[in-house]
Design a protein around this ligand. Sequence first.
Ligand SMILES: NC(=O)c1ccc[n+]([C@@H]2O[C@H](COP(=O)([O-])OP(=O)(O)OC[C@H]3O[C@@H](n4cnc5c(N)ncnc54)[C@H](OP(=O)(O)O)[C@@H]3O)[C@@H](O)[C@H]2O)c1
Length: 263
Amino acid sequence: MPQLNVLVVGATGSVGRLVVSEALRRNHKVRALVRNASSARLPEGAEMVVGDVTKPDTLEPALEGMDAVVLTLKADGQGRAAAEAVYYRTFLDILAALGGRSLRIALMTTIGVTERHGHYNRTNEGHDWKRRAERLVRRSGLPYTIVRPGWFDYNAADQHRLEFLQGDRRHSGTPSDGVISRQKIAEVLVESLTSDAATRKTFELVAETGPAPTDLNPLFAALRPDPEDALDAVLDLDNMPLDQEPDRVRRDLDLISRYRATA
Ligand SMILES: NC(=O)c1ccc[n+]([C@@H]2O[C@H](COP(=O)([O-])OP(=O)(O)OC[C@H]3O[C@@H](n4cnc5c(N)ncnc54)[C@H](OP(=O)(O)O)[C@@H]3O)[C@@H](O)[C@H]2O)c1
């Protein structure tokens, strides 16, 4: 397995710290982006870099020398501005910091990300901004995997069998949409970085009753890739028309397409 230099963004979080450990376990070199060096607790072997995704000038040094980035962010507070800044603008700033270099991306969003009318999305547009970030990732032309996990650690003791779903049709906004352990999310994100079969795939990740798979590659390989130039994942609902998107979002998509053309 090739060893990668992996930046983890969200590295002190409940999933991100497992991503750091899992990537180290697989002999990757891990750099963890943290906002507060004095309170961050990282596993031995991880390099720490201080940064904040809302401060774009901190991203270039963080990305220096990296082959891959795993993003497991959660915006502080419930506001729309934080959701836009943390889930969405981060990716524009990462692209600018890369200056044309390539980077393997593993992005965690959420099951139900295409659901727009529930309480959560009406409160802070968290789904919409995560989905817009997914769209930027797809349009960037960079190699990526987008993982949309179910509800964290609601799985029963015998629910280890992984199901990779596509189409994002589970919209109840409760654990009945699907459950998954944080550890498995971390494993899937890290494994995707070195799996050709995971490239340009977007899927919901849930666990059902049964044993854990020993090899994730057949699961990645069974998925349909997102079409080239698609905004949304291959089987997603067409419920976010581009002509109804904010002007700045449409401008960003134009910009990113030009970035892709020149990269
Ligand atoms: N809970 C569920 O069942 C569930 C299911 C599906 C999806 N999700 C999604 O999963 C995410 C939550 O994951 P989690 O539990 O791992 O979150 P978490 O424990 O709250 O961690 C969030 C991470 O983001 C970092 N962060 C926040 N703002 C930042 C900034 N401006 N710059 C740099 N880093 C920043 C935090 O750093 P600090 O340590 O500095 O704060 C922390 O490392 C959410 O987006 C949620 O919607 C949750």
